[in-house]
Design a protein around this ligand. Sequence first.
Ligand code: B16
Ligand code: MG
Length: 215
Amino acid sequence: QIKACLFDLDGVIVDTAKYHYIAWRELAAELGFEFTEEDNERLKGVSRMTSLNILLEIGGVTLSDEDKLKLAEKKNENYRTFILKMQPDEILDGAEAFLKELKAKGIRIALGSASKNAMTILDRLQLTHLFEAIIDGTKVSEAKPDPEVFLKGAEALNVKPDECVVFEDAEAGVEAALAGNMKCIGIGSPDVLGKANMVIDGLHQMSFEKLMELN
Ligand code: B16
Ligand code: MG
């Protein structure tokens, strides 16, 4: 029996991948190499430090941990200038309506994101009130595909993992959901998210009725 939905943030509720990309690309340029949009795909759903390590590997750059921390902070400051200007029309199509529909039907809602900026984004877009629990990058020690972020969400909502459906756009996120014994709806390409129970283009294709088909 489905009682709760757990949502990833970037790529599911909002499209912040484009801002992450600009900020990482600028950092790469400063370090003297090119960082393509294709490279950026590898950073989806991945933590900030792991993202930096992937970027440095692409550029063939080796740095001390101290320098890495400084660069990660620099990238984040740049990234934050973009998210602090986000507008409500940047909420992905159908996301807010689906969250409201779930709430009206009594389905519990939590966020399960790798981002340490999740609260800033939700507050800016006035979406915070729709989530009963928010598990973000500040609350977990294990990154997806570890199920920690979603298991903590289920725990906070006081529901069992097998009563949860996770919405994810990253392969590591789908794996995390399944590893946590939850159902998963992938958002994006079936080629990448094939392990999910269902794959859709976006939350505009979702409804309470469709969710209940997973029961
Ligand atoms: P931050 P999600 C993830 O968000 C992004 O997909 C990923 O690209 C980013 O590196 C990560 O958050 C950490 O973000 O630097 O803001 O802490 O998809 O898990 O909602
Ligand atoms: Mg995501």
